[in-house]
Design a protein around this ligand. Structure first.
Ligand SMILES: [Zn+2]
Length: 77
């Protein structure tokens, strides 16, 4: 389930998944700390990206940008 979750997380956050899938996702989240953490990271990242202008991203220190990218790579199966 983790892989499907990671692939569908954007749809989940946007609320575009069918109800029956949302139920499956929430059941999975209830007993998968990895996906809960991943979801929390996605929410933070999306909130961050929405509040940033392009100039902010350019001005972002390289290590912060790297940590953000690393956060995505860290989620394995
Ligand atoms: Zn999972």
């Amino acid at each position: 389930m983790c892989r499907q979750f990671v692939e569908g997380v954007t749809d989940y956050l946007e609320g575009t998944l069918p109800d029956e899938i949302v139920i499956l996702v929430e059941l999975h989240l209830a007993d998968c700390p990895h996906c809960r953490e991943y979801l929390a990271q996605m929410r933070r990242t999306i909130a961050l990206t929405r509040s940033l202008t392009e100039r902010d991203v350019d001005a972002m220190p390289a290590d912060v940008r790297d940590r953000l990218l690393q956060a995505f790579r860290d989620h394995d199966e």
